[in-house]
Design a protein around this ligand. Structure first.
Ligand SMILES: Nc1ncnc2c1ncn2[C@@H]1O[C@H](COP(=O)(O)OP(=O)(O)O)[C@@H](O)[C@H]1O
Ligand SMILES: O=c1ccn([C@H]2C[C@H](O)[C@@H](COP(=O)(O)O)O2)c(=O)[nH]1
Length: 278
Protein backbone atom coordinates (compact mmCIF):
# COMPACT_ATOMS: atom_id res chain seq x y z
CA UNK A 1 0.00 0.00 0.00
CA UNK A 2 1.30 3.49 -0.80
CA UNK A 3 2.41 5.97 1.85
CA UNK A 4 -0.68 8.11 1.25
CA UNK A 5 -2.92 5.06 1.28
CA UNK A 6 -1.55 4.03 4.64
CA UNK A 7 -2.08 7.53 6.03
CA UNK A 8 -5.73 7.44 5.04
CA UNK A 9 -6.18 3.92 6.40
CA UNK A 10 -4.36 4.88 9.57
CA UNK A 11 -6.45 8.03 9.96
CA UNK A 12 -9.62 5.98 9.78
CA UNK A 13 -8.30 3.53 12.36
CA UNK A 14 -7.20 6.37 14.62
CA UNK A 15 -10.68 7.83 14.61
CA UNK A 16 -11.65 5.04 16.95
CA UNK A 17 -8.39 4.07 18.69
CA UNK A 18 -4.79 5.20 18.94
CA UNK A 19 -1.91 2.84 19.54
CA UNK A 20 1.41 3.87 20.99
CA UNK A 21 4.53 1.87 21.73
CA UNK A 22 7.49 2.87 23.89
CA UNK A 23 10.44 4.10 21.86
CA UNK A 24 12.71 1.14 22.43
CA UNK A 25 15.70 0.80 20.14
CA UNK A 26 18.11 -1.97 21.04
CA UNK A 27 16.65 -2.09 24.51
CA UNK A 28 16.93 1.59 25.47
CA UNK A 29 14.43 4.40 25.70
CA UNK A 30 15.04 7.32 23.42
CA UNK A 31 14.10 10.82 24.48
CA UNK A 32 12.89 13.35 22.02
CA UNK A 33 13.17 17.10 22.58
CA UNK A 34 10.32 19.51 23.24
CA UNK A 35 10.44 20.94 19.74
CA UNK A 36 10.02 17.53 18.13
CA UNK A 37 7.31 16.65 20.59
CA UNK A 38 5.37 19.75 19.62
CA UNK A 39 5.69 18.81 15.99
CA UNK A 40 4.48 15.28 16.69
CA UNK A 41 1.46 16.52 18.54
CA UNK A 42 0.62 18.79 15.64
CA UNK A 43 1.00 15.97 13.14
CA UNK A 44 -0.90 13.52 15.30
CA UNK A 45 -3.67 16.05 15.64
CA UNK A 46 -3.73 17.11 12.03
CA UNK A 47 -3.60 13.83 10.16
CA UNK A 48 -3.41 11.02 12.69
CA UNK A 49 -0.76 9.19 10.70
CA UNK A 50 1.43 9.06 13.78
CA UNK A 51 0.80 9.30 17.45
CA UNK A 52 2.82 9.84 20.61
CA UNK A 53 1.96 10.20 24.28
CA UNK A 54 5.04 11.47 26.09
CA UNK A 55 8.23 13.32 25.29
CA UNK A 56 10.14 10.08 25.99
CA UNK A 57 8.36 8.25 23.18
CA UNK A 58 9.11 8.09 19.51
CA UNK A 59 6.65 8.28 16.70
CA UNK A 60 5.20 4.89 15.86
CA UNK A 61 3.05 3.76 13.02
CA UNK A 62 -0.53 3.44 14.25
CA UNK A 63 -1.88 -0.05 14.51
CA UNK A 64 1.37 -1.84 13.69
CA UNK A 65 1.78 -4.94 15.84
CA UNK A 66 5.21 -6.15 16.89
CA UNK A 67 6.82 -8.04 14.03
CA UNK A 68 10.23 -9.57 13.68
CA UNK A 69 12.25 -7.40 11.31
CA UNK A 70 15.34 -8.88 9.69
CA UNK A 71 17.57 -6.83 7.38
CA UNK A 72 19.75 -8.61 4.84
CA UNK A 73 22.91 -6.58 4.33
CA UNK A 74 25.87 -6.97 2.01
CA UNK A 75 27.82 -5.57 -0.90
CA UNK A 76 26.37 -5.07 -4.38
CA UNK A 77 25.64 -8.50 -5.95
CA UNK A 78 26.60 -10.39 -2.78
CA UNK A 79 23.41 -12.46 -3.08
CA UNK A 80 20.85 -10.56 -0.98
CA UNK A 81 17.97 -10.85 -3.46
CA UNK A 82 18.72 -14.55 -3.96
CA UNK A 83 18.66 -15.06 -0.19
CA UNK A 84 15.34 -13.21 0.12
CA UNK A 85 13.88 -15.22 -2.72
CA UNK A 86 14.82 -18.41 -0.90
CA UNK A 87 13.15 -17.33 2.34
CA UNK A 88 10.10 -15.97 0.54
CA UNK A 89 9.05 -19.58 -0.02
CA UNK A 90 8.52 -19.96 3.73
CA UNK A 91 5.05 -19.17 4.96
CA UNK A 92 5.00 -16.52 7.70
CA UNK A 93 7.93 -14.68 6.12
CA UNK A 94 7.23 -11.66 3.97
CA UNK A 95 10.14 -10.29 2.00
CA UNK A 96 10.71 -6.70 0.93
CA UNK A 97 13.33 -6.27 -1.75
CA UNK A 98 15.13 -2.97 -2.27
CA UNK A 99 12.94 -0.55 -4.24
CA UNK A 100 15.53 -0.47 -7.03
CA UNK A 101 12.91 -0.20 -9.78
CA UNK A 102 11.97 3.16 -8.25
CA UNK A 103 15.61 4.24 -8.11
CA UNK A 104 15.85 3.46 -11.82
CA UNK A 105 12.61 5.15 -12.73
CA UNK A 106 11.06 8.00 -10.82
CA UNK A 107 8.57 9.74 -13.08
CA UNK A 108 10.64 8.82 -16.10
CA UNK A 109 14.04 9.73 -14.58
CA UNK A 110 16.81 7.31 -13.59
CA UNK A 111 18.61 8.67 -10.51
CA UNK A 112 20.66 5.45 -10.11
CA UNK A 113 22.02 5.74 -13.65
CA UNK A 114 22.61 9.49 -13.26
CA UNK A 115 24.50 8.93 -10.00
CA UNK A 116 26.89 6.43 -11.59
CA UNK A 117 27.42 8.76 -14.57
CA UNK A 118 28.07 11.93 -12.55
CA UNK A 119 28.09 11.28 -8.78
CA UNK A 120 29.09 14.82 -7.77
CA UNK A 121 25.95 16.17 -9.42
CA UNK A 122 23.47 13.37 -8.76
CA UNK A 123 24.50 11.44 -5.62
CA UNK A 124 22.41 13.73 -3.42
CA UNK A 125 19.39 13.24 -5.68
CA UNK A 126 19.69 9.46 -5.59
CA UNK A 127 20.45 9.18 -1.88
CA UNK A 128 17.57 11.50 -0.93
CA UNK A 129 15.24 9.22 -2.83
CA UNK A 130 16.88 6.06 -1.41
CA UNK A 131 16.37 7.46 2.10
CA UNK A 132 12.69 8.19 1.43
CA UNK A 133 11.97 4.82 -0.19
CA UNK A 134 13.84 2.90 2.51
CA UNK A 135 11.89 4.76 5.18
CA UNK A 136 8.72 3.73 3.38
CA UNK A 137 9.96 0.12 3.41
CA UNK A 138 10.66 0.25 7.16
CA UNK A 139 7.19 1.65 7.83
CA UNK A 140 5.28 -0.65 5.52
CA UNK A 141 2.74 -2.89 7.15
CA UNK A 142 2.80 -6.63 6.56
CA UNK A 143 0.47 -9.38 7.60
CA UNK A 144 3.22 -11.96 8.20
CA UNK A 145 4.87 -12.14 11.64
CA UNK A 146 8.37 -12.08 10.11
CA UNK A 147 9.53 -9.42 7.69
CA UNK A 148 12.80 -9.71 5.79
CA UNK A 149 14.08 -6.54 4.18
CA UNK A 150 16.86 -6.04 1.69
CA UNK A 151 19.25 -3.54 3.26
CA UNK A 152 17.98 -0.65 5.40
CA UNK A 153 17.91 3.09 5.88
CA UNK A 154 21.01 2.54 8.06
CA UNK A 155 23.22 1.04 5.34
CA UNK A 156 22.02 3.64 2.85
CA UNK A 157 23.56 6.26 5.15
CA UNK A 158 26.44 4.45 6.87
CA UNK A 159 27.68 2.71 3.72
CA UNK A 160 26.59 4.44 0.51
CA UNK A 161 26.31 8.10 1.57
CA UNK A 162 29.46 7.71 3.66
CA UNK A 163 31.36 6.23 0.72
CA UNK A 164 30.27 8.97 -1.66
CA UNK A 165 31.31 11.63 0.83
CA UNK A 166 34.63 10.06 1.82
CA UNK A 167 35.62 9.51 -1.79
CA UNK A 168 35.04 13.20 -2.53
CA UNK A 169 32.09 12.49 -4.84
CA UNK A 170 29.49 14.10 -2.61
CA UNK A 171 29.89 17.79 -1.72
CA UNK A 172 30.05 18.55 2.00
CA UNK A 173 26.82 20.57 1.95
CA UNK A 174 24.91 17.62 0.42
CA UNK A 175 26.36 15.29 3.04
CA UNK A 176 25.38 17.73 5.81
CA UNK A 177 21.78 18.04 4.61
CA UNK A 178 21.38 14.27 4.16
CA UNK A 179 22.87 13.70 7.61
CA UNK A 180 20.41 16.13 9.17
CA UNK A 181 17.51 14.30 7.49
CA UNK A 182 18.85 10.91 8.59
CA UNK A 183 19.34 12.03 12.18
CA UNK A 184 15.87 13.54 12.37
CA UNK A 185 14.29 10.39 10.97
CA UNK A 186 16.14 7.91 13.18
CA UNK A 187 15.77 10.00 16.32
CA UNK A 188 12.07 10.65 15.88
CA UNK A 189 10.58 7.64 14.13
CA UNK A 190 10.65 4.17 15.57
CA UNK A 191 12.31 1.88 12.98
CA UNK A 192 12.85 -1.38 14.82
CA UNK A 193 15.28 -3.96 13.46
CA UNK A 194 15.68 -7.26 15.31
CA UNK A 195 18.49 -8.84 13.35
CA UNK A 196 20.98 -7.96 10.66
CA UNK A 197 22.09 -10.83 8.45
CA UNK A 198 25.38 -9.82 6.86
CA UNK A 199 26.24 -11.69 3.66
CA UNK A 200 30.00 -11.34 3.82
CA UNK A 201 31.53 -11.65 0.39
CA UNK A 202 34.79 -10.67 -1.27
CA UNK A 203 34.66 -7.67 -3.63
CA UNK A 204 36.10 -9.84 -6.43
CA UNK A 205 33.24 -12.34 -6.21
CA UNK A 206 30.75 -9.46 -6.14
CA UNK A 207 32.31 -7.98 -9.25
CA UNK A 208 32.00 -11.34 -11.02
CA UNK A 209 28.34 -11.69 -10.05
CA UNK A 210 27.59 -8.06 -10.85
CA UNK A 211 29.03 -8.54 -14.35
CA UNK A 212 26.98 -11.68 -14.87
CA UNK A 213 23.82 -9.95 -13.72
CA UNK A 214 24.62 -7.17 -16.18
CA UNK A 215 22.55 -4.30 -14.80
CA UNK A 216 23.03 -1.49 -17.33
CA UNK A 217 23.73 1.30 -14.77
CA UNK A 218 26.41 -0.77 -13.00
CA UNK A 219 28.61 -1.34 -16.05
CA UNK A 220 30.78 1.60 -14.94
CA UNK A 221 31.27 0.31 -11.37
CA UNK A 222 34.97 -0.52 -10.85
CA UNK A 223 36.41 -3.04 -8.38
CA UNK A 224 37.63 -0.15 -6.17
CA UNK A 225 34.01 0.91 -5.60
CA UNK A 226 33.10 -2.59 -4.38
CA UNK A 227 36.24 -2.64 -2.21
CA UNK A 228 35.28 0.65 -0.59
CA UNK A 229 31.73 -0.58 0.10
CA UNK A 230 33.15 -3.82 1.50
CA UNK A 231 35.50 -1.94 3.84
CA UNK A 232 32.67 0.22 5.16
CA UNK A 233 30.51 -2.86 5.80
CA UNK A 234 33.38 -4.58 7.60
CA UNK A 235 34.07 -1.54 9.79
CA UNK A 236 30.38 -1.23 10.63
CA UNK A 237 29.29 -4.83 11.19
CA UNK A 238 32.47 -6.85 11.88
CA UNK A 239 35.00 -4.52 13.50
CA UNK A 240 32.17 -2.38 14.94
CA UNK A 241 34.38 0.69 14.78
CA UNK A 242 32.31 3.12 12.73
CA UNK A 243 28.60 3.60 13.42
CA UNK A 244 26.06 2.28 15.88
CA UNK A 245 24.47 -1.03 14.89
CA UNK A 246 20.69 -1.14 15.31
CA UNK A 247 20.47 -4.91 15.98
CA UNK A 248 22.54 -8.05 16.60
CA UNK A 249 24.49 -9.25 13.57
CA UNK A 250 24.54 -12.76 12.10
CA UNK A 251 27.40 -13.18 9.62
CA UNK A 252 26.99 -15.64 6.76
CA UNK A 253 30.01 -16.13 4.46
CA UNK A 254 28.60 -15.65 0.97
CA UNK A 255 31.35 -16.45 -1.53
CA UNK A 256 30.26 -20.04 -2.11
CA UNK A 257 28.20 -21.41 -4.96
CA UNK A 258 24.45 -21.23 -4.89
CA UNK A 259 23.89 -24.78 -3.67
CA UNK A 260 26.19 -24.27 -0.68
CA UNK A 261 24.60 -20.91 0.06
CA UNK A 262 21.12 -22.43 0.19
CA UNK A 263 22.52 -25.02 2.57
CA UNK A 264 23.94 -22.22 4.78
CA UNK A 265 20.56 -20.49 4.78
CA UNK A 266 18.88 -23.71 5.88
CA UNK A 267 21.50 -24.23 8.62
CA UNK A 268 20.87 -20.71 9.90
CA UNK A 269 17.10 -20.73 9.55
CA UNK A 270 16.46 -21.35 13.27
CA UNK A 271 18.90 -18.66 14.35
CA UNK A 272 17.39 -16.17 11.94
CA UNK A 273 13.83 -16.84 12.97
CA UNK A 274 14.73 -16.70 16.65
CA UNK A 275 16.41 -13.35 15.94
CA UNK A 276 16.31 -12.09 19.50
CA UNK A 277 18.55 -14.95 20.69
CA UNK A 278 21.46 -14.36 18.29
N1 LIG B 1 25.98 -18.07 -4.39
C1 LIG B 1 25.97 -17.63 -5.65
N2 LIG B 1 26.82 -18.15 -6.55
C2 LIG B 1 26.83 -17.67 -7.83
N3 LIG B 1 26.01 -16.71 -8.29
C3 LIG B 1 25.14 -16.16 -7.42
C4 LIG B 1 25.07 -16.59 -6.06
N4 LIG B 1 24.12 -15.86 -5.44
C5 LIG B 1 23.61 -15.01 -6.36
N5 LIG B 1 24.20 -15.20 -7.56
C6 LIG B 1 23.96 -14.45 -8.80
O1 LIG B 1 24.69 -13.23 -8.67
C7 LIG B 1 23.93 -12.13 -9.13
C8 LIG B 1 23.69 -11.16 -7.97
O2 LIG B 1 22.87 -11.80 -7.01
P1 LIG B 1 21.72 -11.00 -6.23
O3 LIG B 1 21.01 -11.97 -5.37
O4 LIG B 1 20.93 -10.20 -7.21
O5 LIG B 1 22.62 -10.03 -5.35
P2 LIG B 1 22.25 -8.70 -4.58
O6 LIG B 1 20.77 -8.69 -4.36
O7 LIG B 1 23.01 -8.76 -3.30
O8 LIG B 1 22.70 -7.58 -5.44
C9 LIG B 1 22.65 -12.71 -9.71
O9 LIG B 1 22.84 -12.88 -11.08
C10 LIG B 1 22.51 -14.06 -9.00
O10 LIG B 1 21.84 -15.01 -9.80
O1 LIG C 1 21.98 3.65 -0.67
C1 LIG C 1 22.22 3.03 -1.74
C2 LIG C 1 21.83 1.72 -1.93
C3 LIG C 1 22.13 1.11 -3.12
N1 LIG C 1 22.77 1.76 -4.10
C4 LIG C 1 23.04 1.11 -5.39
C5 LIG C 1 24.08 0.05 -5.36
C6 LIG C 1 23.65 -0.88 -6.45
O2 LIG C 1 24.09 -0.39 -7.71
C7 LIG C 1 22.14 -0.80 -6.36
C8 LIG C 1 21.54 -1.82 -5.41
O3 LIG C 1 21.95 -3.01 -5.85
P1 LIG C 1 22.11 -4.36 -4.99
O4 LIG C 1 22.36 -5.30 -6.08
O5 LIG C 1 20.82 -4.57 -4.32
O6 LIG C 1 23.23 -4.20 -4.04
O7 LIG C 1 21.85 0.47 -5.83
C9 LIG C 1 23.16 3.06 -3.91
O8 LIG C 1 23.78 3.67 -4.81
N2 LIG C 1 22.85 3.67 -2.76
Amino acid sequence: MSFTGRCIKSWWRSATRIYTQPAVTSGRLVNVGDKSEALFQTRAYSNNCYSTQHASRKLVWNGEEKKLVICIEGNIASGKTTCLEYFSRTSNIEVLTEPISKWRNVRGHNPLGLMYQDPTRWAMTLQTYVQLTMLDRHLSTTSAPVRMMERSIYSAKYIFVENLYRSGKMPEVDFAVLSEWFEWITQNINLPVDLIVYLQSSPQICQQRMRERCREEEKVVPLEYLEAIHQLYEDWLIKKTSFSIPAPVLVIPADQDLKKMLHHYEENREKILAARNV
